[in-house]
Ligand binder design. Structure first.
Ligand SMILES: Nc1nc2c(ncn2[C@@H]2O[C@H](COP(=O)(O)OP(=O)(O)O)[C@@H](O)[C@H]2O)c(=O)[nH]1
Ligand SMILES: [Mg+2]
Length: 345
């Protein structure tokens, strides 16, 4: 009898645990979501997930070595011209940009470095990186949220979509990919590989098809299958082709129409192109109503300071950064970890 009671109690306990787990894993239905308070629905603060600073330091090795000379400056208090010259050279080499560099130097001249140069620089860089980085992943009403990805060829749009799909799937969301780069067949094939790898659903069409209708179909399918989000790839031939910008505006209109709602438009920029990334970006801004930057290939450049220049010059927050080619190598941009990985001794 006692054995029976114990076994029965165990069965109930295990059953309850499984139920609770299932429930917490299941995504919130659009109806429930619509009834949730606005603040819960609108802005999803991405989990900072940089892991330990040491591993980021390794990935940002080239940028970190530019900052070596600043890390080894030992002065405390007011700084001499020699030390200021070192700071200036380092900031310019890392592509922080002239305006920010001059401001930081003026600040160091005025206030000195009471706790050492690296500490002062850390504070200055952090204050330049104060943007709101929240990422929207839910739509209003009953619509399907869409993340649209724009940017020139080769910057890492398709790869970033694949990495983000994996992240969303890991969080228990169902993802539909829209192969809106119909310029080359290889682009859709590349996205299809990511779909297979991540378990995301994909809608693609033949080479030369209208990207707007691919996105439209993807929304229909996402709605029918109850997908939580659509990630839409686009072609990035030449940023100075008016044609492309018109096409992006059109894709955006389609994606933002019932049943879809564009909740984020990510402009993907390649950090290895340094200041060129900035001029590229400006051409896209007007056409695409960009809400966030995905800055790729930070692992392959000594110009990591470009993050600061981008936010300052474009006024758009860097939300994710790519630090390698692997599926986990796209992380939420966290200014503190970033600055620490450049300046920590
Ligand atoms: N090292 C490195 N390579 C990257 C990163 N992101 C993308 N790539 C590579 O950049 C190349 C172009 O990427 P792709 O996604 O095809 O660019 P797209 O033309 O914008 O779609 C590929 O070889 C990617 O593996 C990154 O963060 N770090
Ligand atoms: Mg691509």
């Amino acid at each position: 009898m006692i054995a029976f009671i114990i076994v029965a109690a165990l069965v109930v306990l295990v059953g309850a645990t499984v139920l609770v787990r299932r429930r917490s894993r299941r995504s919130v239905s659009p109806r429930v979501r619509a009834a949730m308070p606005e603040v819960l629905v609108r802005d999803v603060q991405p989990r900072p997930d940089l892991g330990d600073v040491a591993s980021l330091e390794r990935r940002l090795g080239s940028s970190r070595s530019v900052f070596e000379r600043v890390r080894s400056l030992s002065g405390v208090g007011s700084l001499g011209e020699d030390q200021l010259a070192v700071v200036e050279e380092v900031l310019l080499r890392s592509d922080v940009g002239v305006t920010t560099t001059n401001e930081i130097l003026a600040d160091l001249r005025e206030h000195g470095a009471p706790n050492g140069v690296a500490r002062s620089l850390r504070a200055s860089l952090l204050s330049s990186l104060g943007a709101d980085r929240s990422v929207r992943s839910s739509a209003s009403d009953d619509r399907v949220p869409v993340w649209l990805f724009v940017g020139v060829n080769g910057v890492g749009k398709t790869t970033s979509i694949g990495k983000l799909a994996q992240r969303l799937v890991n969080e228990g969301r169902s993802v539909t990919l829209a192969a809106g780069d119909t310029f080359r067949a290889a682009a859709a094939e590349q996205l299809e590989q990511w779909a297979k790898r991540t378990g995301a659903d994909i809608v693609r069409a033949n080479e030369g098809a209208d990207p707007g209708s691919v996105v439209h179909d993807a929304l229909g399918r996402a709605r029918a299958r109850g997908s939580d989000i659509v990630l839409a790839d686009t072609a990035g031939r030449r940023s100075n082709s008016t044609n492309l910008l018109d096409e992006l505006a059109k894709i955006r209109r389609v994606a933002d129409r019932e049943p879809g709602e564009v909740v984020e438009t990510f402009m993907v920029l390649d950090a290895t192109t340094g200041q060129n990334a900035l001029s590229q970006a400006r051409e896209f801004l007007a056409a695409a109503a960009v809400t966030g930057i995905v800055l790729t290939k930070l692992d392959g450049t000594a110009r990591g300071g470009i993050v600061v220049a981008i936010e300052r010059e474009l006024g758009i927050p860097v939300k994710f950064v790519g630090i390698g080619e692997g599926v986990d190598d796209l992380i939420v941009f966290d200014p503190q970890h970033f600055v620490d990985s450049l300046l920590d001794a």
